[in-house]
Design a protein around this ligand. Structure first.
Ligand SMILES: Cc1ncc(C[n+]2csc(CCOP(=O)(O)OP(=O)(O)O)c2C)c(N)n1
Ligand code: SF4
Ligand SMILES: [Mg+2]
Length: 334
C-alpha cells in the first residue's frame, strides 16, 4: 500500500489577518505589471507555505517577470520548469526528496513542494502531467494554477481558460465578426476533482480574499498527497483595466457568481466565503455586466452578449448537478 513515510508539514490555518507573519519569501525585484494579481498570488502562496519550501514554476509571466536577467524576487529555493511540466516537476521533486530521506542522505523533515503554472501551461499544455501527478497518493506536493485567463507572457493569446467573447490577440473583435472566441472557459478544478478520486484536496481561490486563499494553501500542503489549487487572477494588461481596480475585480468575479469559491477535502465539497452566502440565499448575485463592463476586453459586447454570458452563469447556478462545480445534469431531474 502506498504511504508517505516522511513527516508532513503541519500548517495550521492563520486565525485572522493579524496572525499572518510579516516575513516575506517573494519580495522586491520582480518586473510584473502594476496591479498584477498573479504576483500577489506568488507572494501570498510563499508566505502561507513558509521558509522550508521549494517552488517550481513553469514558463509564463510568473517565470519571466520574476527572474529577469540575474535578478529575482524569490528568497526560497526556486526552479524553472517547462511550460507543460508543472505536474512532472512537482512529482519528480517530491520523489527525489523522499528517496534522499529514505537513503539517509538528508534529514527527514517536512519540506513543501509547490509547482505553479499559468492557465496556458496548466489547463492546456500541462493537463496530462497534472492529471498523472494527482494519481500518486504517496508524494506530498501542491500544484497551483494561477489563471490570468490568457497566454499573457507572449502577449495575451487566448487559452482554454479565456472567457467567452474576450478580446485577445487571437480573437480581436472585427466589423464582420464581433465575437471571435465562442468557447466557454474550461472547468479545471471541477474536472480534476471529478476525475481524481484519490486526490485529497482541490480548491479554488481568489486573492481578493487573501486570508482564505492562504489558508487553502496551508491545508493543501498539510493534508498529505498531491493537491491542486486554481486561483483566478485579474491581469490589468490582458483584461485591459486600470491597475487600481484589481482587487475590486477579484471581488466582482465572486460576487457576480462567475468564480465560485470551494474546497473539496477528502471527497467532501465545501463552498466558502461569498459563494456559500450566494448558495444559501444570503447574498444576491450581482449582474455579470458589473464585472464585464469594467474590463476593456469586453468593450465590444452588446446587449445580446451580456445576456448570453448572464444566461450561462445562471445555468451554472441553477442547472448544474453541483452548482459551480459539476456541470452535467441527471436525466431524472429533467
Ligand atoms: C512548449 C512551449 N511552447 C511555447 C512557449 C512560449 N511561451 C512562453 S510563456 C507562454 C505563455 C504561457 O501562458 P500561461 O501558462 O497562461 O502563463 P502566463 O504567461 O499567462 O503567466 C508561451 C506560449 C514555451 N515556452 N514553451
Ligand atoms: S501581463 Fe498580466 S499576469 Fe503578466 S505580469 Fe502583467 S498583469 Fe501580471
Ligand atoms: Mg495565463
Amino acid at each position: 500500500m502506498a504511504t508517505i513515510d516522511y513527516p508532513l508539514p503541519k500548517l495550521e490555518p492563520f486565525k485572522g489577518q493579524k496572525k499572518i507573519p510579516l516575513e516575506e519569501f517573494f519580495t522586491s525585484g520582480h518586473r510584473t505589471c502594476q496591479g498584477c494579481e498573479s504576483a500577489l498570488v506568488m507572494k501570498m502562496m510563499a508566505k502561507a507555505a513558509g521558509p522550508r519550501s521549494i517552488i517550481l514554476g513553469s514558463t509564463g509571466c510568473m517565470y519571466v517577470a520574476n527572474t529577469t536577467y540575474y535578478s529575482t524576487s524569490w528568497v526560497i529555493p526556486w526552479m524553472h520548469t517547462q511550460l507543460g511540466s508543472s505536474g512532472s516537476a512537482a512529482l519528480g521533486t517530491a520523489m527525489g526528496l523522499k528517496a534522499l530521506m529514505r537513503k539517509g542522505k538528508m534529514k527527514k523533515e517536512p519540506i513543501n513542494v509547490i509547482a505553479f503554472c499559468g492557465d496556458g501551461g496548466g489547463a492546456d499544455m500541462g493537463l496530462a502531467a497534472i492529471s498523472a501527478t494527482l494519481t500518486h497518493p504517496d508524494y506530498n506536493l501542491l500544484i497551483l494554477m494561477y489563471d490570468n485567463e490568457s497566454y499573457a507572457n507572449t502577449d495575451i493569446q487566448l487559452s482554454g481558460s479565456t472567457p467567452y467573447g474576450a478580446n485577445t490577440t487571437f480573437s480581436p473583435p472585427g466589423t464582420v465578426k464581433r465575437i471571435l472566441h465562442h468557447r466557454w472557459k474550461k472547468n479545471m478544478a471541477g474536472m480534476l476533482a471529478a476525475g481524481h478520486p484519490e486526490c485529497k484536496y482541490i480548491a479554488t481561490v481568489d486573492m481578493s480574499y487573501g486570508l482564505q486563499a492562504m489558508n487553502c494553501v496551508r491545508k493543501a500542503l498539510s493534508i498529505g498527497g498531491p493537491t491542486f489549487i486554481h486561483s483566478l487572477d485579474p491581469c490589468p494588461k490582458g483584461w485591459d483595466y486600470d491597475p487600481m481596480i484589481s482587487h475590486e475585480l477579484g471581488e466582482l468575479a465572486v460576487t457576480t457568481g462567475v468564480w465560485p469559491l470551494y474546497e473539496i477535502e477528502n471527497g467532501v465539497l465545501k463552498l466558502y466565503g461569498k459563494t456559500k452566502e450566494i448558495a444559501e440565499g444570503r447574498y444576491k448575485r450581482l449582474p455579470v455586466r458589473d464585472y464585464l463592463l469594467r474590463q476593456g476586453r469586453f468593450a465590444h459586447f452588446i446587449e445580446e452578449d451580456f445576456d448570453y454570458f448572464q444566461n450561462k452563469i445562471d445555468q451554472m447556478w441553477q442547472k448544474w448537478l453541483i452548482p459551480g462545480v459539476i456541470p452535467f445534469r441527471r436525466e431524472i431531474d429533467q
